[in-house]
Design a protein around this ligand. Structure first.
Ligand SMILES: NC(=O)c1ccc[n+]([C@@H]2O[C@H](COP(=O)([O-])OP(=O)(O)OC[C@H]3O[C@@H](n4cnc5c(N)ncnc54)[C@H](O)[C@@H]3O)[C@@H](O)[C@H]2O)c1
Length: 341
């Protein structure tokens, strides 16, 4: 099934829910989003439908098995059926969580997303990967379950904290390396709505070609192998970690042009100047390798696939052994300590 991606106004969210072909709506809303927008999201205007409302604790906290069980039991107690439709309103955490409910409750019901963070507009709401976290790691309990609609309203960005905005910009920066037309929009400082739309459509196109991520969709992981390790080690917002993950992969496996491009794009996207988290400190090779080998335990491989970029719009996946990665980090560790942009 192909997701329909549409741009809508804040005031129209209730209308699009009203138009869904169902008599029962399961609504999962991020509680911070609800505190900002409950005046605009007038649920009383949803007519002839039973609306079952579940407010999610903000952000990542919701992606756990206890909240999953509580929400599912709550919806089942209220009475739902196979033709019910779930709507998630929130950032990537809420859409991952709510999408996993939609994928599993009654063996799967249809669902739609209103992404409310920049990161979820350009990335997390697209592609149907849904998950909650396990004690053993992030996103380890999940499914593929394509949403019917993604309704994007860029107005939500107005209330986003700066760190979350910049995190979303980190993912936008990634797309610039994967697609020339997105690069061009960013360098020409096109309106953010246009950039969001281009990123969402690009991810949707790759997802349509390769739903289960065995081929071309893997290029979307640019910056993510190192990025996930840095996110974990330094507790960074996801998109910021992806940006430093890209910088790292470019520095040790990439080209001078990659580095010049990332600097130009960071400036074009107004991402504030900040040193990488390891700047002037011991570069955390052991921690990075431990993190990567935790992934290794899960994938049972002695190597990982890194995404490298020949030039803007020309990315490919290359397999690197752990020994190779460790060696190149060791060789570059002194230079990395001073590396910033
Ligand atoms: N499924 C995928 O393909 C995919 C891709 C990338 C990331 N993800 C997941 O997305 C999650 C990160 O998502 P995120 O970056 O959107 O952050 P998030 O959902 O954790 O939200 C970040 C913070 O912003 C708040 N917030 C959300 N919208 C707001 C708004 N409009 N105004 C004010 N505050 C608002 C939230 O309450 C939270 O405190 C991670 O769990 C990650 O694993 C999934």
């Amino acid at each position: 099934m192909k997701t329909k991606i549409e741009n809508i106004e804040l005031e129209s969210i209730v209308d699009v829910i009203n138009n869904l072909d169902t008599d029962t709506v399961l609504l999962v809303v991020d509680h911070v989003v609800w505190s900002h927008y409950s005046k605009e999201l007038i649920l009383e205007k949803i007519e002839n439908k039973k609306v079952i409302f579940w407010k999610a604790p903000d952000g990542e906290k919701v992606k756990n098995i206890t909240d999953f069980q509580n929400a599912v039991e709550f919806f089942l107690e209220k009475g739902i059926h196979r033709n019910a439709h779930l709507v998630a309103i929130g950032g990537g955490a809420v859409s991952d969580f709510a999408g996993f409910i939609a994928a599993t409750i009654l063996r799967g019901i249809s669902w739609s997303i209103v992404p409310t963070t920049l990161l979820s507009m350009v990335d997390a709401s697209i592609g149907g990967k849904v998950a909650i976290n396990s004690k053993s790691g992030k996103n380890l309990i999940g499914a593929y379950h394509m949403p019917t609609n993604v309704w994007i309203c860029s107005k939500f960005i107005d209330t986003l904290p700066e760190t979350e905005k910049n995190s979303g910009m980190g993912e936008v920066l990634k797309y610039c390396f994967l697609d020339y037309s997105i690069y061009d929009l960013v360098i020409k400082k096109a309106p953010i709505e246009q950039i969001i739309d281009a990123c969402a459509q690009f991810k949707q196109k790759l997802t349509d070609e390769d739903f289960k991520e065995t081929g071309i969709r893997r290029i979307l992981n640019l910056g993510h192998s190192f990025g996930h390790a840095l996110e974990f080690i330094y507790n960074l917002p996801h998109g910021e970690a992806v940006m430093w993950g890209m910088a790292l992969v470019f520095k040790v496996f990439g080209t001078e042009k990659n580095i010049n491009d990332i600097i130009a794009l960071k400036n074009a996207l107004n991402i504030p100047g900040k040193n990488p988290p390891w700047f002037n400190k011991e570069f955390p090779i052991d921690k990075i390798m431990t993190y990567l080998s935790k992934d290794k335990k899960i994938s049972a491989l002695s190597s990982i696939d890194l995404v490298l970029v020949q030039d803007i719009g020309n990315a490919q996946v290359e397999r690197k052994t752990f020994e190779e990665i460790q060696a190149v980090l060791e060789t570059n560790k002194d230079e990395l300590k001073k590396f910033t942009f």
